[in-house]
Design a protein around this ligand. Sequence first.
Ligand code: JCE
Length: 249
Amino acid sequence: MRIDVVTIFPKMVRGPLEEGIVGRAIGRGLLDVRVHDLRDHTTDRHRVVDDVPFGGGPGMVLKPEPLFRAVDAIREEGGAPQAVILTSPDGARFSHEDAERLSRLPHVVVLCGRYEGVDERVRLHLATEELSIGDYVVSGGELPALVIVDAVARFVPGVVGDEDSVARDTFARGLLDFAQYTRPAEFRGMSVPPVLLSGHHAEIERWRRREALRRTLERRPDLLDGDRLEAEDRRLLQELLEQGEKGAQ
Ligand code: JCE
């Protein structure tokens, strides 16, 4: 899969792509990520990418010409992309499903917004979709672009060493993880739940499932949709709810 990222801060994007699972995937040729400096697609002496908004008001707006020229250059060199994503606080919330869908496309372009926003003609006639990573303010589209690249890359076959773990992450979505422990079994008076040291695999599995449900109930009750739970999970959840009532007395 090929991903082209267009930004005014190429170093900010290239650095993180060198590390970890994504860095390894690029090194192994599973992923071809190219980062483009938007200023290389300006035509004026000062390489200006922004301008004041028509109609007045505060802040600056990304000009359309450099962004259109950058995508033209990408098309000439790498062919037509199947998606041109504009990162934007006004976009649809980027989801697990978006990541999986985009990972099936051979060529995706990600445009990083900056300043107060981008010229509307970029949204209307260049971008094919607009994505936000969540309801908080960040200073520009570079961190959102990195989040999107990382989440998409994980769905590209071979990128995550353990395919089962990707399938598990997808399956377990909607339930938080159970608590994890490693050695030592006793640390500064803090011990590991004995069941994990017992070697009883069936009991360990039951404990983990109950823990995942308990944590989800406590921290993200919005994720617990009874209709999507299996009978065994519903029974465990019922137990937890009854225990909770006792605890409250
Ligand atoms: C961006 C900005 C709000 C005006 C370009 C933010 C945020 N949660 C988020 N997902 N994506 C963003 C994002 C994407 C692109 C840009 N800003 C900063 N934020 C209002 C400007 C500029």
